[in-house]
Structures are given as structure tokens and as C-alpha cells.
Design a protein around this ligand. Sequence first.
Ligand code: CA
Length: 237
Amino acid sequence: MPPKKILVVEDEPDIRKLIHYNLAQEHYQVVEAEDGERALRLLQHEKPDLIILDLLLPGMSGLELCRAVRGRPDTARFPILMLTAKAGEADRVVGLEMGADDYLTKPFSPREMVARVKAILRRSEMQAAGSGEESYKKGPLKVNFATYEVTLRGKPVRLTLKEFELLRVLVHNPNRVLSRDRLLDLVWGDETFVTPRTVDVHIRRLRKAIEKNDRKPTWILTVRGVGYKFDENAVET
Ligand code: CA
């Protein structure tokens, strides 16, 4: 297997070198960019398995770059680990809203950084493997992606196509916070006339269809100010 490639976008040379060194120790291939513009140019021919992205960059900010990456079909699925200078809740929420997969607050230990990188790569590998599968089964829930059939404790569940697509995205991203914007992107794509509200409405219907008590959902959880999370452990128990 070829080594995994990681793009590091960070303007501070010392931190960039530190990240590079520690990833190289783990046999990752590292590509460096000192700003967002350079990163975007690199992305046209490099296909990184992960992007480590500093929030504070000269010129194009880390958030703008994150949005640009997520907005292009050929780069939209690259996992992003965001580096933030402040431990502030706002930064974290904004980062996740913009579609970052995880974040790390500076100063961070190289060990912690490597651990996060490994976790994200493992997750994206599992997703890639899972996306080719015909069905999903956990606890009482069964979803057949080929026939669009959903059953709960053996009984068929009727869903609209959009509700089904939403469920598909949720079960393929277990235990992970998905912002409304990300869900809009993944389920509705380029369709116009949809707003984050659309996501809420469909989530509500999906909860009605599969949750035991849709007023107290345990599978599809609301993450305040950000979006939703599919709690796979709750489905299993
Ligand atoms: Ca910086």
C-alpha cells in the first residue's frame, strides 16, 4: 500500500516542520503549503488523504479554504483536521459548521496530533469501504441501499426518497457531528430552494419513522448550534 498523503496548510514554518517531522516518523507522505492559495493550487493535482489546516493564515483564511474545499465536488470529501489558536467554543463550532472533521487546539502535542490523524484516516477508510456495501444492519435497524427498503424489528418502514438519503448519510457517518450545511450538501447537493430548515424538517420525519419516542430521540441526536449526530451505540443496545 502506498503511504497516505497529508497536506499541511500552515504559515508558521516551525509548526509546519514540526507537523511534517512527526507525520514522516509515522511514514506518512507530507505535502506543505504556507497559505490557502498555494493549498488550492496543490489540490488540483495532489489527492491528499487528509488536510491539516490552520485556521489563522495570511490572505485566505482557514475557514475560507475549508469552504472552498467542501464546495468543489472533486475535493469535497477530503477529511480536514483543523488547527485553532483558541480553545473557544465559537471557533470549534464554526470549524465543524464549515465541514472540518475534527479540530486541535494550539499548542498541541505531536502525539495527540498523530493520534487524531490516525483516527480520522481510519474513519474515512471505513466510510469508503462502507459506501460500497449493499446494506446496513445494527440492532433492530436494517437498511438496504440497493432496494431502498428499511425495516425496524422486522417491520417495513416507509420513507420518502429524501428521508432515505438522509438516513443513508447518517448511518454511513456514525457517531459523528454533521452540520446542517453538510447534510444539505450530501443529501440535497445542488438543489435550490432548500435551507437548513429543510434538514430539520426531514430529521423530524425520520425520527418519527424510526425512533421509539421521537420527542426524546436517542438515535438521531441534536447537537446544539451545529447539527445532528447518529448515535450508533444507542441503536445497538
Ligand atoms: Ca497560522
